[in-house]
Write a protein that binds this ligand. Structure first.
Ligand code: ASP
Length: 337
């Protein structure tokens, strides 16, 4: 508890520094913020090789989203393309490299939202669609619905021409090891946590402001290691893990989803900005403090209509990055950088 509070304080202090990220005077300004999950990420747990591979992966995703935005592309196209890259990268808990369910399969959740229309699409419990974020976008554009689930949702994605793969395509030995560890802990101790208390981080997300002044948000995840009974987290729930509204902000979240659902994190941050005029950093920090007070942990990325690009997290680290039209391009992992 004490450690978490200290981490929160540290994080909040670190978050107040990015004046450069808030530069907004460029005529064709755009902003992109990404995350690759939050959790007990500290220097003792990550090898130098993993550290540089993760930074390179985040930078490659930022590069692609930035390319789209710099060419005048839409925030929707940028967040989708960015998340697709991270879904294919086995370092992250989304698409390939997603965590395992209790039954040893992978079930994927994703959502996308367009701040200009508040159109939204989401999918949950996909098991064969290679890029869940594109399935979420297809739900928004090609169906009258917002959220589709399970094998029927994979069927919808297949009908829309999205690539299908066997479930084993998503599996990696490291995620299998994490499930085995969780199962061993539970059979040794019936009182052990249902889920991985260390939060096997790696959910991915992107938020962007495009040169036309529109915001978008996207999130994609495998959920939590050992999830069962058809559990669905916050990522595909519009307003909880994902939200975008041109009048306020775009948010993508990562963390202990059950708490993010109960707080309605992403919509709550935007509502504070829109209705009370709360600055986005303050709104994000306050809502994350609320999650923390209930017992949850994690983080958010936020983009605002004036080019704001910010993070807030209660965990020791969050894989993250941001870029903008003023030349900012940075990635970070630990809370103190
Ligand atoms: N929020 C995700 C979920 O609860 C997991 C994560 O972000 O690590 O499904």
């Amino acid at each position: 508890m004490k450690t978490l509070v200290a981490a929160l304080a540290l994080t909040l202090a670190a978050m107040t520094q990015p004046a450069a990220a808030q530069e907004t005077s460029q005529p064709q300004r755009w902003t992109l913020v990404i995350h690759g999950g939050a959790g007990t990420i500290d220097r003792n747990r990550i090898t130098p090789e993993q550290d540089s591979a993760i930074r390179a992966a985040l930078d490659a995703a930022l590069a692609e989203g930035s390319r789209i935005l710099a060419a005048g592309g839409s925030a929707m196209d940028a967040v989708e393309a960015t998340v697709r890259i991270l879904e294919d990268d086995p370092h992250f808990n989304a698409g390939r490299g997603a965590v395992f369910t209790w039954d040893g399969t992978v079930e994927l959740d994703a959502a996308i939202m367009d701040g200009s229309t508040r159109g939204a699409g989401a999918v949950a419990r996909l098991s064969t669609t290679r890029h869940p974020i594109s399935a979420a976008r297809a739900v928004m554009t090609d169906s009258p619905h917002v959220l589709l689930t399970g094998t029927e949702a994979d069927g919808f994605a297949a009908e829309r021409g999205l690539e299908q793969v066997p479930n084993s395509w998503f599996h990696t030995p490291e995620r299998r090891r994490q499930l085995d560890e969780l199962r061993a802990r539970q059979s040794a101790d019936a009182g052990a946590s249902w889920f991985d208390v260390d939060l096997k981080y790696g959910t991915v997300g992107a938020v962007a402001l495009d040169a036309s002044g529109h915001l978008a948000a996207a999130t994609s995840t495998g959920g939590l290691t050992g999830k069962r009974w058809g559990r669905i987290g916050d990522a595909p729930l519009i307003g909880a893990g994902t939200y975008a509204d041109d009048r306020a902000c775009a948010v993508s979240a990562t963390g202990s989803g059950e708490y993010f659902i109960r707080v309605g994190v992403a919509a709550e941050i935007c509502a504070r900005a829109r209705l009370a005029g709360t600055p986005l950093q303050e709104a994000a920090d306050a809502v994350m403090a609320d999650v923390h007070a209930l017992g949850g942990s994690g983080g958010v990325i936020v983009a605002g209509p004036d080019g704001e690009a910010l993070f807030s997290f209660t965990t020791p680290g969050m894989y993250r990055g941001r870029a903008n039209s003023a030349g900012l391009r940075e990635v970070a992992i630990y809370g103190d950088e």
